[in-house]
Ligand binder design. Structure first.
Ligand SMILES: [Cu+2]
Length: 111
């Protein structure tokens, strides 16, 4: 076998290994904001999953988190709009709304 063919074979084997190492297709979960509450109020997802924060109320909500695992601020947006966050580290993420301080969502991201 020539060196060239041999190295191409190695690349093919490496690529096959990479494909197999990919995680199961990531999930996308909806967290609605309805009646000034997150629905649901707790979520368990896996690393790599995405949460779509959807405002179902006829007024603005905000979505943010100061958690170490994932801190973000999606700003404020009206009914019918949604914004997405992908969670890339395991741990617990507390999500809140800056407009309604009673709104809490606890997301547990499992490895
Ligand atoms: Cu709100």
């Amino acid at each position: 076998m020539s060196v060239k063919v041999h190295s191409m074979l190695l690349v093919a084997v490496w690529m096959a290994g990479t494909t197999l190492a990919l995680p199961v297709i990531a999930a996308e979960v909806v967290a609605a904001q309805k009646d000034k509450a997150f629905a649901p109020t707790t979520l368990t997802i896996k690393v790599g999953d995405t949460v779509e924060f959807r405002n179902d109320d006829p007024f603005f909500h905000n979505v943010f988190s100061l958690s170490e695992v994932k801190s973000f601020d999606l700003g404020s947006y009206p009914k019918g709009q949604s914004r997405k966050v992908t969670f890339d580290k395991p741990g617990v993420v507390e999500v809140e709304c800056a407009i309604h301080s009673q709104m809490h969502l606890k997301i547990t991201v499992t490895p």
